[in-house]
Design a protein around this ligand. Sequence first.
Ligand code: IPE
Ligand code: IPE
Ligand code: MG
Length: 245
Amino acid sequence: MSAETVIDSSAAPRHVAVVMDGNGRWAKRRFLPRVAGHKQGLEAVRALIRGCMKHGVECLTIFAFSSENWQRPPDEVSFLMDLFLRALREEVQKLHGNGIRFSAVGDVSVLTEETQKLIRDAESLTRANHQFRLNVAVNYGGRWDLEQAVNRAQLSGDVRTFANHLAFADQPDPDLFIRTGGERRISNFMLWQLAYTELYFTDTLWPDFSEAELAEALKWFATRERRFGKTSDQLRHDSPVTATT
Ligand code: IPE
Ligand code: IPE
Ligand code: MG
């Protein structure tokens, strides 16, 4: 399938969640410093957003920095934080021009004041955009999300409402999860929301993940039968299925 093929959008996932892994190895193979892979990875993010919009995806969540990534060498952490800051400065107007609503997801309270302000400004500038949603997970962890939601629910006096306090409560659960870089693991991404997500793994390193590769993943997704606990026979007789959680 060519990158130009537009798949029937009725079979497209509404929400795609991506673990962009393999930047360091991409750089190492080229005898470059790891951070060169992160820089190149930003190009692949641009292609991903373009591709998702073209194929009728409504919402995209990308894992940019995990709560565990602070354990990396300080130079690499600084580079990643700086790259995020620069991307916010340089890309937000373009996102806005394309009708994209931007959100940062994660514990942003530990980021620099400047980064927090850019995030707030980007979120308020793009709040009314409905063309597409881009969530960037930064200092995010699935366990952090569960803990903060329970804490907020406790403060509200009704712990049963905890799911309403999760970071993605106002968005559909991901239909398709993509992880590049060859590892077959979740690495503390969207633990609650991935309950019924279709999981797609590829050995391609993140900076090499092209629109054509996205089209491959979407094509694979379109062949999945999503049963949400039911039987195949039931699905044939039922109205369209949705998760009950
Ligand atoms: C993913 O690439 C980017 C981040 C985690 C920020 P890696 O930096 O993990 O690349 P590898 O896995 O070491 O190749
Ligand atoms: C997951 O990648 C986090 C991001 C892509 C931001 P990691 O490279 O941190 O995951 P592990 O350590 O291999 O599980
Ligand atoms: Mg990695």
